[in-house]
Design a protein around this ligand. Structure first.
Ligand SMILES: [Zn+2]
Length: 168
C-alpha cells in the first residue's frame, strides 16, 4: 500500500504560525502568506514535529528548497524567534524587525506613551529614548511624540538576527 504524507497536525500548525506571528520567519522578509516548511526535509524525517517546521512565505520556501538558505541558518532563525517571543512584546519585536530590514535606520518616532511597551528593549540596552528637540506637546502627562534610538548593542542584535546568528 503506498504511503501518503499525512497532514501536519493542527496543533503543530497553530504553534508554528504563532511562533512566527503568522508571517514568514525570515527576519528581513516577514511577508504573508505563509507555507509550512520542514527544515530537515520530509523525505528524510517522515514526521511532523514542531521543532522541525517553520513558517515561510512562498518565495523564501522556494529559496530554501533550492539551497539559497542553508539548514543551519533556518534552525537558527527558528531558535531566534523563540528567544524574541519570550523576551519581548509585540511592539518591541516589530521595532526590531524594522531595524533589521533597514540597516541605515537608527531612530524612530513614536507616541511618548509607547515607552512602557518598549521597556524591555530599553532595559536590555538595545533601545534608548533620545531628545531631538522639536515641539514639546503633552497628552495626559505624557509626551505626544518621542524619539527612540537603536543603540550599538541594538544594531548588533538585529544584525545577528538578520544574519541567522544566535541573538542571545
Ligand atoms: Zn519570506
Amino acid at each position: 500500500m503506498p504511503e501518503g504524507r499525512p497532514p501536519i497536525p493542527m496543533a503543530i500548525q497553530r504553534d508554528v504560525l504563532v511562533e512566527a506571528g503568522h508571517r514568514c520567519a525570515i527576519p528581513t522578509c516577514r511577508q504573508v502568506p505563509t507555507e509550512f516548511a520542514h527544515i530537515d526535509p520530509w523525505c528524510k524525517v517522515q514526521e511532523h514535529t514542531f521543532a522541525n517546521i517553520i513558517a515561510l512565505c512562498p518565495t523564501c520556501h522556494s529559496r530554501y528548497d533550492q539551497g539559497h538558505i542553508d539548514r543551519k541558518a533556518m534552525f537558527q532563525y527558528k531558535a531566534n524567534l523563540s528567544v524574541l517571543n519570550h523576551r519581548y512584546g509585540d511592539l518591541e519585536r516589530r521595532l526590531l524587525e524594522i531595524f533589521a530590514a533597514e540597516p541605515e535606520m537608527s531612530v524612530i518616532q513614536l507616541p511618548g506613551g509607547f515607552r512602557i511597551m518598549l521597556s524591555y528593549l530599553i532595559r536590555d540596552g538595545l533601545l534608548v529614548p533620545v531628545d531631538l528637540g522639536g515641539p514639546k506637546g503633552f497628552i495626559m502627562g505624557m509626551p505626544m511624540m518621542k524619539h527612540f534610538g537603536l543603540t550599538q548593542s541594538g544594531r548588533e542584535f538585529v544584525t545577528r538576527w538578520a544574519q541567522a546568528q544566535p541573538v542571545g
